[in-house]
Design a protein around this ligand. Structure first.
Ligand SMILES: [Fe+2]
Length: 308
């Protein structure tokens, strides 16, 4: 393998599984209205922690936001005496609003996303005609990760892995023996993320997934979403590389890139857009911050007609 990032990530997973490096502790929170799993990952010794893919509640009928889901994360962080050092986004989500700015204000931590956010900001800045006040340089974030970037959570090493396909900005975060893989793979019985949003690409998604699946079998995988699956009655968001390689219905070992792309493209053609795509994209392209208020003091979400 001449993929240096994956080699380093695999070495980190192996060292952690062998007891040579500290294993992160993970507590997940599931938001049923948007089927989103948020994760708090922490070093049990130093108590330093990261929050990954938090959710700000939003009622589309009234246009009201609420912090009830984020409050549950805040309460957990306080009850465990954790110190937040990172607010991580695996990508600019199209199905829920990020609560990262709300949590950052209360708990701190650097807000980070993949550097592909510039492409996302360019594409959606045009679609939503966001104007010159909307900076398209990623300056809404404290750090933009590129493939192979290292960071730490307390005494635990972490590596960012660029996994485009669902969007151009998708990053996975390998933290000790755990990988937070955003919208790439779902549970083995549900398959994979869609690749038909602006900037999405099923070929790139396949290659990103094969990179993740070249991590050791015992790598713990934490997902961003679960929708249950026929015959399964409970939500689930944790699996392993070994389980995905053996039985993921879309990309188990042996499925070729062409076969995957044909399947993914056909399936994407049947999917409707997420209910919250309009508010989600406009807010998440701004790092989770709400659009600037107009002269009457009210903030607005736009809906471009006959465009998406
Ligand atoms: Fe997504």
């Amino acid at each position: 393998m001449d993929d240096v990032t994956i080699e380093r990530a695999a070495a980190l997973v192996k060292a952690t599984c062998a007891g040579k490096a500290r294993r992160p502790v993970i507590r997940s929170f599931f938001d049923e209205p948007t089927f989103t799993a948020s994760h708090v990952v922490y070093d049990p010794e130093t108590r330093e922690a990261a929050i990954i893919d938090s959710v700000l509640d939003y009622d589309p009928a009234s246009g009201r936001t609420s912090s009830a889901s984020a409050q549950a994360i805040l309460d957990f962080v306080k009850s465990e005496s954790l110190e937040i050092v990172w607010q991580l986004e695996t990508h600019a989500h199209a199905d829920h609003l990020s609560a990262a700015p709300w949590l950052q204000e209360k708990l701190g931590g650097k807000l980070a996303i993949g550097s592909g956010i510039l492409e996302v900001q360019d594409v959606f800045g045009k679609i939503f005609n966001a104007g010159t006040r909307f900076a398209r340089d990623g300056s809404q974030f404290d750090r933009l990760f590129t493939d192979g970037d290292s960071f730490r959570i307390g005494g635990i090493d972490a590596i960012a892995v660029h996994v485009p396909g669902h969007t151009p900005a998708d990053m996975a975060f390998v933290i000790g023996d755990a990988a937070f893989i955003g919208d790439t793979l779902f549970m083995p019985d549900f398959g994979t993320a869609r690749a038909d949003f602006p900037g999405g690409d099923a070929h790139r998604l396949y290659r990103s997934i094969r990179r993740l699946l070249s991590l050791p079998d015992e790598t713990r995988l934490f997902l961003c979403h679960d929708y249950k699956a026929p015959g399964r009655d409970v939500y689930a968001w944790e699996t392993t590389v070994g389980a995905q390689r053996a039985s993921n219905i879309h990309v188990h070992d042996g499925v070729t890139e062409d076969a995957f792309v044909t399947m993914r493209t056909r399936r994407d053609a049947t999917l409707t857009l997420p209910n919250l795509i309009m508010p989600s994209v406009q807010i998440n392209m701004r790092g989770g911050k709400l659009p600037e208020p107009e002269e009457n003091g009210t903030r607005y979400i736009k809906i471009p007609l006959d465009t998406l």
